[in-house]
Design a protein around this ligand. Structure first.
Ligand code: PLP
Length: 402
């Protein structure tokens, strides 16, 4: 159900490096906290009782396993390979984020924490964290940029209803990267009794490998399902990349299967060559940011630059260290998808399959336009639908009418 390790691919190293990426760039005094977390994580990872308890929650509470659905009409439209959709949108709270949050919240409980904190941009991770905190009876505080609080007010209300405290972050551009900074600072001051539930495969070691582990259930299920349905592995696995958690969750199971092509779709915003983008792999520079070494968008002075994307969940100036490594080594490919292409795919999937995807997930769907003409009839393409699109419907309908 979770992928503990692979035969060949063996990353990260003990210090949390994926090649030159990752690591843990935090104050010296704080390093023991991360070490302790790493130790606790390695223990539960090999503890069958813990894993059963978590798996039970994922099944009974969140509704796993999610279906691997054959998209017949979409397949017919392109007339080439067979398209399957991994339905992470059918999870409780509407996205893959709950997989990771339930894992970390249960670990927090085992470690004796009574309070959890989290950062959130669009509010999806905040809602998932507040949900898990309610379920496991823990106090919860969510850090959110003041700008995002305005833009995503319905999620703020959901978090409050679930019993969480929402703290407005007034620094910088008052968006996600500032919320990460604020949550991380708060955590470094209250590490004794607070557990920081990080929302993506980012942050200092051991977070990226921990988030990968909890999300690896997606790819493990895909593998099992496609072998049962088709009797062979897929040729392509597609997923959108914000920090990279849904993508690494999909990819990890296939890392040793070198014939399976892994493709991550970054938010290009108004284009890879435009200043308004969030495509950190395709256009960023290598730099330490938010506690780890990664590709980050920078301005002409080398300072971290604000990102832009129509999709709040992909609107982050950096990228998880493992994707940086896979990009540099070429094991996975990363392409940019513009706002316009994503909107088109949002509409396409709704009309052809009756599935309204999150605008983040629509970035993965959009790549089919480029990929499908190059495929053959017996190719199999799996697209991860990381979340559902209710949250985006009003806004996108308005944009489409303009
Ligand atoms: C948060 C979010 C993402 C982006 O996060 P990753 O860590 O890159 O997966 C993608 N899709 C949905 C629906 C999200 O809520």
């Amino acid at each position: 159900m979770f992928v503990k390790s692979l035969k060949k691919y063996n990353m990260p190293d003990e210090k949390g490096f994926f090649g030159e990426f990752g690591g843990a760039y935090v104050r010296e005094e704080f390093k023991p906290v991360l070490k302790n977390l790493d130790k606790a994580f390695e223990e539960i990872k090999n503890d069958d009782n813990f894993l059963h308890e978590l798996y039970d929650l994922l099944v009974e509470y969140s509704g796993r396993p999610t279906p691997l659905y054959f998209a017949k009409r979409l397949t017919e439209k392109y007339g080439k390979g067979k398209i399957y959709l991994k339905r992470e949108d059918l999870n409780h709270t509407g996205a893959h984020k709950i997989n990771n949050v339930l894992g970390q919240a249960l670990l927090a409980k085992k470690m004796g924490a009574k309070r959890v904190i989290a950062e959130t941009g669009a509010g999806q991770h905040g809602v998932a964290t507040a949900t898990a905190a309610a379920l496991l009876k823990m106090e919860c505080e969510i850090f959110m940029g003041a700008e995002d609080i305005k833009r995503q007010y319905s999620n703020v209300q959901r978090m409050k209803l679930l019993g969480a405290k929402v703290t407005s972050v007034e620094t910088g551009t008052k968006t996600l990267a500032d919320a990460c900074e604020a949550a991380s600072n708060y955590w470094q001051e209250h590490a004794n009794d607070v557990f920081y539930i990080l929302g993506s495969a980012v942050g200092p070691h051991p977070y990226p490998k921990m988030v990968r582990f909890f999300q690896s259930i997606i790819g493990a299920e895909i593998k099992e399902q496609i072998l049962r349905i088709e009797g062979k592995l897929p040729n392509y696995v597609l997923a959108c990349i914000g920090g990279g958690s849904n993508a690494i969750g999909c990819f990890y199971s296939f890392m040793d299967d070198i014939d399976v092509k892994l493709i991550g779709l970054e938010a290009a915003g108004e284009g890879l060559n435009s200043p308004k983008t969030a495509a950190s792999l395709n256009t960023g520079k290598i730099k330490v940011f938010n506690g780890f070494r990664q590709y980050v968008l920078t301005d002409e002075n080398g300072n971290v630059k604000e990102s832009y994307s129509i999709s709040a969940g992909l609107d982050y100036p950096g990228c998880g260290p493992e994707h940086c490594y896979l990009y540099k080594t070429g094991r996975a490919k990363y392409e940019g998808i513009t706002d316009k292409e994503a909107i088109k795919a949002f509409k396409l999937l709704s009309e052809y399959e009756g599935i309204i995807p999150a605008i983040e997930s629509a970035h993965a769907v959009a790549y089919l336009e480029k990929l499908m003409p190059m495929t053959n009839k017996d190719d199999i393409i799996v697209v991860n639908i990381s979340g559902r699109g209710d949250k985006d419907t009003d806004r996108l309908l308005n944009l489409m009418e303009q």
